[in-house]
Design a protein around this ligand. Sequence first.
Ligand SMILES: [Cu+2]
Length: 106
Amino acid sequence: MRLGHHLAMFVLLTPGAMAVPAHAATIQIVMENLVVSPAEASAKVGDTIEWVNKDILAHTATAKNGDFDVAIAPKTTVTSVLQKAGTVEYYCRYHPNMKAVLTIAP
Ligand SMILES: [Cu+2]
């Protein structure tokens, strides 16, 4: 009970506080009509990427260097937290023309 009380106070005293640390951001990357947008995005380790697939086809965000491989079913949104810094080129395994770059700062 004590812990719950303290957490509640923290939320009340911190306007706009979310469940994530203040320095972490959420970046939305949209896949629509077989295009990834934005094609170049910047983020930091610890940030959350919200992969939004607006198509009726399944897509993936597959890093060329193997750092991540996210499957996004049609008309769904998948979130993943960035674990590793680097400039990562990624593509869709089903539609290799869908390409983009994510620059992840440490
Ligand atoms: Cu695809």
